[in-house]
Design a protein around this ligand. Sequence first.
Ligand SMILES: Nc1nc2c(c(=O)[nH]1)N=C([C@H](O)[C@H](O)COP(=O)(O)OP(=O)(O)OP(=O)(O)O)CN2
Ligand SMILES: [Zn+2]
Length: 147
Amino acid sequence: MLITRRLEFDAGHRIPDHQSQCRNLHGHRYAIEITLSGEVIQRDGDAANGMVMDFSDVKALAKEHLVDVWDHAFLVYAGDTVVRQFLESLPAHKTVVLDRPPTAENLAQEAFRILDQRYRDVYGNHLCLERVRLFETPNCWADALRA
Ligand SMILES: Nc1nc2c(c(=O)[nH]1)N=C([C@H](O)[C@H](O)COP(=O)(O)OP(=O)(O)OP(=O)(O)O)CN2
Ligand SMILES: [Zn+2]
């Protein structure tokens, strides 16, 4: 069985090597869809009975470890020295430094890496992160899949 939870957040970025608009500092209303696989828990009296994982628990983990970290942050490539130094000059600015340019592809991969460690099979139902879909705009997204 597959279940998916969607969350949204706002963040700024730029793609420094891009030859068009995306090299400018700008922001997106990102959306992330987290897809988990697992067996449906069959345990009468358990709060998770009939579920792969409670959607609210999926959300809570994603918020704690990813969404609240990236929300209203500027996502900057470590190699984008001029912007990184500018951001560092702003007192208490919320900045997330990434080891790759913040494209939808790289953000999806990074989100997968972060979240994969967080969805643990506590019910013995083989819970597993299968896919992170990261929407940069409603029309553009990238999928990071379990290899
Ligand atoms: N493969 C990728 N291509 C592009 C990425 C990316 O992450 N991966 N990112 C960008 C830009 O960041 C940009 O913000 C998206 O721009 P655009 O293609 O213009 O998307 P819009 O939805 O704003 O386009 P419309 O003109 O509204 O259709 C570029 N490419
Ligand atoms: Zn963009």
